[in-house]
Structure formats: C-alpha cells, structure tokens
Design a protein around this ligand. Structure first.
Ligand code: AVI
Length: 319
C-alpha cells in the first residue's frame, strides 16, 4: 500500500531574490552567474545532449560503475529506504538502481517544475509500483523535506558529480545539510569525478560539436527570459580550461567585443575580452572527497570506481 502522500508533486516556494542575486553577480568584478541558471528547459536538454557526447566521459563511466556494481550498491543502501535525489532532472539515474533497490518512497527534487513533471510521469509509467513524491525546489538554497515516511532510513542520492559544481566549503555545507536531514539511520550515495589528464578534461568541456558552448551561452537567453534583457550570445564565446592548481574546470563567457546590454532595466558594460565566470567543476581524488564528506558528518562505507579510476561512486553512512 502507498503512503498517504505518495505520487504527488509538491511545489516548495522559496523566497528568490532572483533579480538582485543575478544583477549583483553581473555588477561584481569579475562578473559571474551561478551555474543553476544553466537549467531552463533548453539548458536541461543541452545538458542531456552533453551527457551523450563521446568526449564527456562522466555519465558514461558513472553508468558503467552502476552497471558493474549495482547489487553491491543496492546491498549497501538496504531496502525500504526513503531515497531523496536533489537536482533529479530527468530522473534517469534512479533507474540504474531499479528494480533491485525497492525504496519505500522516492523524492526527486528539481528547480524546473516542467522538467520534473515530465520525468516523473515517465518514471511512473515505467515503474508503476514505485512510490514517488516529487518536490519542485532549489536544493542549493535549502533542503526542506516532509517528515514522512517517518520510520524509513533517509538516503540521499547525488550522482553525476554535481557536487563538483560547489566550492569545496560549500560542498561540505551542502553535505552537512543532507546529513542534518537524516535522523537515525541513513546515508549518502554520491558520484564524484576524479582528477585526470588535462587533455581529457579539456576535451570533455570543449567538445567538437560545440554542445557545451551552446549550453554555456544559453545561460544568457535564460536570463533575458527571466528578467527581460538583451544579452546577446553572439557577443560572447565559450571558454573552458582546467585550473590544475585548484583541481577544477573553469567555464567563462568571454566578450568578443566591447558592448553594452540591458538586464532587468540595468545597463551592463562589457569590455572586449572581459569574462563572465559561469561554472567551476571540481575534480577530486577519492581521499580528498572522503575528507570533505567526513567533515559533513558522513562515514565512508564503500567506494566503487571504473577500471581507469576516472569516476568514483561512494556510499557514506550517517551513523
Ligand atoms: C552538472 N555538472 C556535473 C556538469 C559538470 O561536468 O560539471 C555540468 C557541465 N558543465 C559543462 N559540461 C557539463
């Protein structure tokens, strides 16, 4: 029997000082835009296309690790858990665990209501016995979960190396928020991209088909649609490079000429060659990442990697 709240989509409204936050980033020196603004419906579709690129090994290797170790991963998590997936997007990755894992409830969370509704409908169609209680919210702002089901261990599922898009201190803070949302037994199953040769990383974020460039440039269209503006993608080029010292890919939009644009009624000036920082993607050796998770209150239970050790899947317990 399904719990009372199962199979619903809850919209958690968060006070979003949207315009203020975005404009503050574009007034700052250097200018920056938070990576969460990549994901309007076009951005989400472009990201899905990135995950299919030959050069972007991340999703392919993560899927391979889940394929190879699915039984061990499901055994580590256990049955009857409340599985919570922040930033679930297309809800594709939960399928890697189904039907072996039978969670008591699955809560996918995503900032895009439209994307979540479509994904949940597809998932319910394919797994009618799965209890789903979706939540539309920005998990980077806070994790506000319903109390139910009360007696099921809460396990967070955070695949795709999305944790790499947080600054390391912010990653500890976010994992701390997940830890705080677990009372009693529970855990965190997380996918983390590892450090590797610079050439491999450069190729992954500068694909030949230019999909990552489109994904990066689309953030400008998204801001125009959100706030009203005339930021012109044709005035910018995509830049992605690996900062070896900091262990992160840095993405920028570089103004190809001096120009002005308007956003939310505010005039913005760009010098030729000026960059807007749009994303960092940190890469971690397992030991580096385990140390961050420990600071958030998690204890390592198991680590699975592909043969080349390019991608890690880790399970941490909260107790
Ligand atoms: C979502 N995130 C893990 C991706 C990454 O690799 O950092 C976003 C991305 N940016 C460019 N390509 C993919």
């Amino acid at each position: 029997m399904k719990p009372a709240n199962a199979n619903s989509v809850q919209v958690v409204t968060q006070a979003e000082p949207l315009a203020a936050e975005i404009l503050a980033g574009l007034r700052a020196v250097p200018k920056h835009i938070a990576p969460k603004y990549f994901y309007d419906s076009k951005g989400a579709a472009l990201f899905d296309a990135i995950t299919e690129l030959d050069e972007y090994y991340v999703m392919r290797l993560e899927a391979a690790v889940f394929r190879q170790y699915r039984s061990a991963i499901c055994a580590a998590i256990g049955t009857g858990v409340h599985l919570v997936e922040p930033g679930a997007g297309s809800c594709e990755k939960i399928r890697w665990l189904l039907p072996d894992l039978s969670p008591r409830l699955y809560t996918p969370m995503d900032i895009s209501a439209e994307h979540l509704h479509v994904s949940v409908a597809r998932l319910r169609n394919d797994f009618p016995a799965l209890n789903v209680s979706a939540q539309v919210c920005d998990h980077t702002v806070g994790l506000r979960l319903r109390a139910e089901p009360q007696d099921a261990p809460r396990v967070f599922f955070y695949p795709g190396s999305s944790i790499g898009n947080f600054e390391p201190e912010a990653a500890v803070h976010f994992m701390g928020a997940m830890r705080a949302a677990i009372s009693g037994r529970g855990g965190l199953l997380i996918g983390v991209d590892t450090k590797k040769a610079t050439a491999v990383l450069h190729a992954a974020y500068n694909d030949k088909a230019g999909i990552t460039a489109q994904f990066n440039l689309n953030v400008l269209e998204h801001l125009n649609n959100l706030l009203g503006g005339d930021l012109n993608p044709a005035n910018f080029t995509h830049v992605a490079r690996y900062n070896e010292e900091l262990g992160r890919i840095e993405m920028y939009l570089e103004a190809s000429r001096q120009h002005c644009a308007v956003l939310a009624g505010e005039r913005l000036e760009f010098a030729a060659g000026e960059r807007i920082h749009t994303e960092n993607s940190y890469k971690y050796y397992p030991q580096e990442f385990i140390a961050l998770a420990q600071r958030a209150g998690f204890a390592l239970q198991a680590l699975w990697q592909d043969e080349q050790k390019w991608f890690s899947v880790l399970y941490f317990s909260a107790d």
